[in-house]
Write a protein that binds this ligand. Structure first.
Ligand SMILES: [Mn+2]
Length: 361
């Protein structure tokens, strides 16, 4: 397991590269060009600027999250070929600076959804929260109208300036079924994976978050059966997944330990974090410790240790603790604590695995 840490870039993150390099075992950053719109080719000078910053800090930049997919690709519009072409050019450029994994997702409109970014936990810390009843059965057009009427009513990603754009997107997806989305995903993979293979970059799709359809929009990367189907769409070691225990764990029916064992050869990158799921389907992000949530983090890390996982891992989100002012979910403190928990579980199980090997000899 190779530990990495998400960094949003110079001037765009409260956490510095110098802080990141002091977290035990962290060797690289997970990065992106957040100011380049989805669908555009990434400029080489901007890629080089991040490379120089990472080099200076002694961190590698082998994992990119994300190169976002333009909505026209997900919608299957004729204009997708132009955006796919740009994506291929970006892959070739990223290979030049040593990138090995590209994380992306195939979620229509929203790449994640929460209803509250600072919900208070019992200990006074705050964390990202999802209130199911706020989303379930709501017509998105009604929600847009409501938010327009009442400026206090808002949700992350639903800022007034995005509302007009959102309405247009919801219209565009009206005729797109789950099967259409599968077909559009396959079209993308058949174009992209051979190029990724040629450049020795593994593509790693992130599961849908939360892992169920919202607002009538189709979602396909939601559970073990669907991941199996996804991997068979284009059977190549370069077509993999970013197994995210937090996204998958929002549905308690998902058995993530089983997914680790089944898909291990197709997991170049993993996000490990816990969530606590309530009886009514609401969920909140908690500390990484197994007992604090409903996801068996210790069991998941044990599974990776048993499999001798050689891919990249990051702690994903954390709570906001010790009065840290930071991007929601992306503070230094709780993610660093999370990493130490992951290492603790990992090291103890690796010791057992190594000892067992020794006794065979
Ligand atoms: Mn994730």
């Amino acid at each position: 397991m190779k530990m990495v840490f998400r960094w949003f870039g110079e001037g765009n993150d409260t956490v510095s590269l110098d802080q990141i390099r002091q977290i035990p075992g962290v060797e690289g950053i997970v990065w992106s060009l957040h100011d380049v719109p989805a669908g555009e080719e990434w400029p080489m000078d901007k890629i080089m600027a991040v490379k120089e910053q990472a080099d200076r800090a002694g961190l590698h930049l082998k994992v990119v999250e994300s190169v976002n997919i333009h909505e026209d690709i997900k919608l299957g519009l004729p204009s997708r070929d132009l955006y796919i072409d740009n994506y291929k050019k970006t892959i070739a450029k990223l290979a030049q600076v040593g990138v090995k994994v590209i994380c992306y997702n195939f979620m229509p409109v929203f790449d994640w959804l929460r209803t509250d970014l600072h919900k208070e936990l019992e200990d006074g810390s705050t964390a990202l929260f999802y209130e199911k009843s706020k989303i379930a059965d709501i017509d998105p057009f009604d929600l847009v109208k409501e938010i327009n009427k009442n400026s206090k009513l808002t949700m992350p990603g639903w800022e007034p300036e995005r509302l007009a754009h959102l309405t247009k997107l919801f219209e565009a997806y009206k005729g797109v079924s789950q099967e259409d989305l599968w077909a559009n995903c396959k079209y993308f993979l058949d174009e992209i994976i051979p190029v990724a293979a040629q450049h020795d970059i593994k593509m790693a799709i992130h599961p849908d978050d939360p892992p169920w359809p919202i607002f009538g929009l189709p979602r396909i990367i939601t559970g073990q059966d669907n991941i199996r189907r996804f991997l068979s769409l284009h059977d190549s070691p370069y077509n993999g997944i970013t197994l995210c225990s937090g996204s998958m764990g929002a549905n308690p029916e998902n058995d993530i330990v089983s997914m680790v064992h089944e898909f291990i050869d197709r997991i170049p990158f993993t996000h490990i974090r816990n969530v606590r799921v309530y009886e009514n389907g609401d969920f909140i992000e908690t500390s990484h410790r197994t007992q604090d949530g409903t996801v068996d983090i210790a069991g998941i890390v044990q599974a990776y240790a048993e499999e001798g996982f050689e891919g990249f891992a990051r702690p994903d989100h954390g709570r906001h603790i010790w009065d840290e002012q930071c991007r929601p979910g992306y503070g230094l403190y709780d993610r660093a604590l999370g990493i130490m928990y992951l290492w603790g579980v990992w090291d103890s199980h690796r010791r057992t695995v190594e000892a067992a090997k020794g006794s065979v000899k």
